[in-house]
Structure formats: C-alpha cells, structure tokens
Design a protein around this ligand. Structure first.
Ligand SMILES: *Cc1c(COP(=O)(O)O)cnc(C)c1O
Length: 366
C-alpha cells in the first residue's frame, strides 16, 4: 500500500498549479543567456516594483529579526476603503486569502460555483478543503452570471467571480455583479476577485466594498502582485464583513505576511505616480500587442487586464517555437483553452520581440 492512499481522495484528485516557466529554467533547458529571455507568462509588472516600495522594503531589513505586525498595513487599507480594521484580512498574496475563504466555508459535502476558464486557484482552494467544484460553462469566454446563479445548490457555500478574469481578460460591469448579488441567496459567500481592478479605466471601476453594507455575504479581494509590481513579495488582502473576517483570521497563519511585504505594500499603496505610469504603459502595450496580433491575422479575446489571450491554432507547437526563441508565454490548456496562449503586456521592446518571435513561430508551424 502506498502512503499516498492515506491522503483523502479529494487531495489526491488535485492537479497542481502550473506556474509560468521561470526564466532560469528556460535558460537551462535551451542553453540561452538569461538576458536574452523575454518572460511574458505571469502577468508581472514589466516596469518592476514601485520605487517607494523598494526603499521601504530595504529599510525594513532593520528589524527583520522581529515577528511581523500587521497593524499598519491593515490600518492603511481600512482607511483607503473606508471600513473598519476588523474588516480587512491580509494574505501571503491574494491566493492566500482565497484559500482562507475556502477553508472557512467549504468542506466535504459542500460545493463552490465558478466559471469555466476562471482562475485556477478556485478549483485548487475548493478541492483542498474537500469541496466539490461546480464549473459553469462560459459565455463568450466570460462568466455567465445567470447560469452561475442557477447552478447554486443547497450545499453551495461559495461563488467565485474574477473581475476581470484571468486568463480570458473578460470584464463584468458593476451593475451586472450587483444584480447577481441581489438575486442570489444571502447565505452563499460571493468572493469577488479584483486582482486586475487597477488596470480598469476609471469609468469601469466600481466601489464594490461599499456594497458590503447591503451584502453581508461579499468578500472582495485585491493584490499587490499586479499593478504594484510586488508579485515576489507575496501580499494581497480581502475586504469583507467583520463577521467573515473574524472567521478567516481563525484559520490564518498568525504571521502569514512577512515584514518586507508589509512595509513594501504600505509604500506601494500610496505610490500614485508608479501606479499611473504602470497603467499608461499597460494601455499602450495592449494597443501594441492587439495591433500586432491583428496584423498576424490572429483572433484575441478583448482583455481588461495586463495580458491578452489569443488563438494560436496549434498552441503547443507555437509555444515550443516561442520558447526556442527565448520567449515565454503561458499555454492555457489547463483552463480548457488548448488552442490559446496568454501573453502578458511587457515593455515596448519586449512586446516587439514577442511579436517578431510569434511571426516566426507561425511560419514554422503553419
Ligand atoms: C494574479 C491573480 C491573483 C493574485 O495572485 P497573488 O496571490 O496575489 O499573487 C488573484 N486572482 C487572479 C484572477 C489573478 O490572476
């Protein structure tokens, strides 16, 4: 008998998360110098990190022998969103807070609802807690909120909504999400994952945290990994009701966010110049990539994030041909999109390198 059989079947059924290929790994595999590699695979900020956050994390090395204190970042976020500190839960990346929500509300015999092509962490978090996944077919690659509401069962405890969604980039206007909340049972938690919120044009951004007064079942999550450029520090958060936050704190590791991440996040939150610069660079890069994909005759899914997903045909071969040229993008067969590839918006020069490599890759595979 294998020791693995002692793990619950729902743990054994999990397929591990497939991260973007690290630059160092491709360098080893292809014998390429690290500097020649363009990585557009993980929706990281091509401008790097907020300079204010860099200074703050460096300063936070003094005191690294002490256990972290979450007070200052929690207070800063509470002030930013106009909520009480008891409504904020910090995470080791927002991935962590998604997992906390799952551990609080899911268990064997309970289910969660999410869309086909939605973020990979929803099935992972659900299954780790022993819950059942109810995957609702997408509509035009995006969330079909009516079908998702209809899919809610009496054992459903969480509905996951990514807005914008990764890897498709689809966006749901605030009014549609509000209508979904209004028409859904109030005892089912709705986790609204807004990892890409800061990339939305101001007219599309909605103060969803303000809805907490009306919807005591809402959990809004955000991250410092994307526009703030702190993916490697691992810090994200949830804003929810005091009641739900209290439950999430019970299963949270006491020191889940480290000193450097806390200091970096506080500084990044107020680095408005860096946020504006990142937003603009993304907008321009998106135009460049979309124009390039059109020029190559490739269909793409209109995206509201810092990435764009396009139909590559034989995506496995195209991806392989890109890797040979030192360009890393993300195959998304695991998201039931085997013909698509997702590319993160990079610097202008990186986008150009990607488009050139893609043109060659298509010539080779057609
Ligand atoms: C990147 C991403 C996250 C955030 O991940 P972190 O753990 O905060 O780095 C959350 N949700 C979606 C949909 C994402 O794409």
């Amino acid at each position: 008998m294998s020791i693995a059989e002692n793990a619950p079947s729902y743990i054994r059924a999990i397929s591990p998360y497939q991260p973007g290929k690290p630059i160092t790994q491709l360098a080893r595999e292809m014998g390429l110098p690290v500097e020649k590699i363009v990585k557009l695979a993980s929706n990281e900020n091509p401008l790097g990190m907020s300079p204010r956050a860099r200074a703050a994390t460096q300063a936070a090395m003094d005191g690294i022998e002490r256990y972290p204190d979450q007070f200052d970042l929690t207070a800063a976020l509470a002030a930013r969103f106009g909520v009480g500190m008891e409504q904020v839960v910090l995470g080791n990346g927002s991935n962590d807070v998604l997992d906390l929500a799952a551990r609080v509300f899911l268990a064997p015999g309970r289910s969660s609802v999410f869309s086909q092509h939605a973020f990979a962490v929803y099935p992972l978090a659900t299954m780790s807690a022993g819950g059942e996944c109810i995957v609702v077919p997408a509509k035009h690659y995006g969330h079909d909120l009516d079908a998702m509401r209809a899919a809610i069962r009496s054992d459903t405890r969480i509905v996951w909504i990514a807005n914008p969604n990764n890897p498709t980039g689809n966006f749901l206007p605030g009014a549609q999400i509000k209508a979904f909340l209004q028409s859904s049972p109030r005892d089912v938690v709705v986790v609204l994952d807004e990892a890409y919120n800061e990339y939305l044009p101001p007219a599309d951004r909605v103060d969803t945290v303000a809805w907490l007064k009306e919807f005591p079942n809402l959990v809004v999550t955000r991250t410092f990994s994307k526009i703030h450029g702190l993916a490697g520090l691992r810090v994200g958060y949830a804003v929810t009701t005091a009641e739900i936050a209290d439950l999430m704190h019970r299963v949270r590791q006491p020191f889940n966010v480290n000193n450097l991440a806390l200091a970096g996040a506080i500084a990044a939150l107020d680095d408005h110049a860096f946020i504006a610069e990142s937003y603009e660079a993304n907008r321009r890069g998106m135009e460049q990539l979309v124009a390039g994909l059109k020029r190559l005759g490739l269909e793409h899914i209109p995206s509201h994030g810092n990435f764009v997903t396009f139909k590559a045909g034989d995506a496995v071969k195209v991806n392989q041909a890109l890797l040979k040229q030192g360009v890393i993008v993300r195959p998304i067969g695991g998201y039931a999109l085997p013909e698509h590839l997702r590319v993160t918006i990079g610097l202008e020069s990186e986008n150009t390198s990607f488009l050139k490599a893609l043109e060659k890759a298509l010539d080779r595979t057609r």
